[in-house]
Design a protein around this ligand. Structure first.
Ligand code: FAD
Length: 251
């Protein structure tokens, strides 16, 4: 049994923070939970959300409202919440390395928990946080806690540097400067991040494909890779960014 501890709190335009006391303790950065939105059969499918942060048996999740499921979840009352997980393949951990993280929009959500874990392992972290505008930046102070360097970019220049994360990244990155790169956000952004990273440097991406069943049975969330088709829900959502055939990603 999982419990929503309080009403979802607004943390940015259309973005809400949920605090969930989970029945299954233990989670890894990059994993997600599947939440049932609403009480009946509509929507039928659970909605997947990355773990934004975790404290013992409490999981924090940030949701951006874009449709019926997220709208219902954003209006939930405290009490019982039907979740499956945490599940999925998370990010690779590093120790005492120089690392770059690049997040776009709500794709910043899984990178906070990752950043906290990486910081605890003695890594030096540079974080590029990209949002549409200042209204959409959520929980900036949390990111400042763990980043050695936090660079904010907005598409319209209303906060930080005007432009896309990848515009800034092309200045920040130089051969050999980073030992590993992590990214989550819109597919075109992640694809560009992968292309910018030197070929000797590992780059991990967390994909946000549409899910069907969310447990690997329906094959609705396949990702085309150089090793064949992979299911985002059970083989991911974290993948080696160089193995994805980006031109075949669903639009
Ligand atoms: C592994 C994973 C982790 C995720 N983590 C988060 C998270 O931390 N926070 C968060 O807010 N969202 C996250 N998402 C996305 C989230 O699951 C979807 O936004 C949600 O399922 C939409 O449900 P809905 O009923 O509100 O929208 P729907 O009514 O289903 O769709 C509304 C509109 O959004 C489009 N849409 C819906 N889902 C997606 C998608 N995955 N990609 C592109 N377009 C889509 C639809 O085409 C439609 O136009 C994650 C997705 C995955 C797969």
């Amino acid at each position: 049994m999982a419990t929503l501890l309080e009403k979802p709190v607004t943390v940015a335009k259309d973005h809400y923070l949920l605090k969930i006391k989970a029945d299954k303790s233990g989670s890894l950065p990059g994993q997600f939970i599947n939440i049932k939105a609403g009480e009946g059969f509509d929507p039928l499918l659970r909605r997947p959300f990355s773990i934004f942060n975790a404290h013992e048996d409490v999981l924090d999740v940030v949701i951006r409202v874009i449709g019926k499921g997220t709208s219902l979840i954003s209006r939930m009352e405290p009490g019982f919440i039907d979740i499956v997980g945490p599940t999925g393949k998370g990010f690779t951990m590093e120790n005492d390395k120089n690392l770059l993280l690049v997040g776009g929009g709500v794709g910043n959500a899984p990178l906070l928990y990752l950043m906290r874990a990486l910081k605890e392992n003695g890594n030096r972290l540079t974080y590029i946080y990209c949002a549409r505008s200042s209204d959409y930046i959520f929980l900036e102070d949390e990111y400042r806690k763990y980043a050695d360097e936090l660079i904010i970019t907005t598409d319209d220049g209303s906060a930080g540097i005007k432009g896309f994360a990848t515009d800034v990244m092309s200045h920040v990155i130089s051969d050999g400067k980073f030992d590993r790169v992590y990214t989550c956000g819109p597919d075109p952004m992640m694809h560009r991040v992968v292309k910018l990273v030197h070929e000797n440097v590992p780059v991990e991406v967390s994909v946000e494909n549409y899910f069907g069943c969310g447990v690997g049975l329906c094959v609705g969330c396949t990702v085309d890779t150089v090793d064949g088709y992979r299911r985002a829900c059970v083989d991911g959502p974290v993948f080696d960014g160089r193995k994805i055939l980006w031109e075949n990603m669903p639009r």
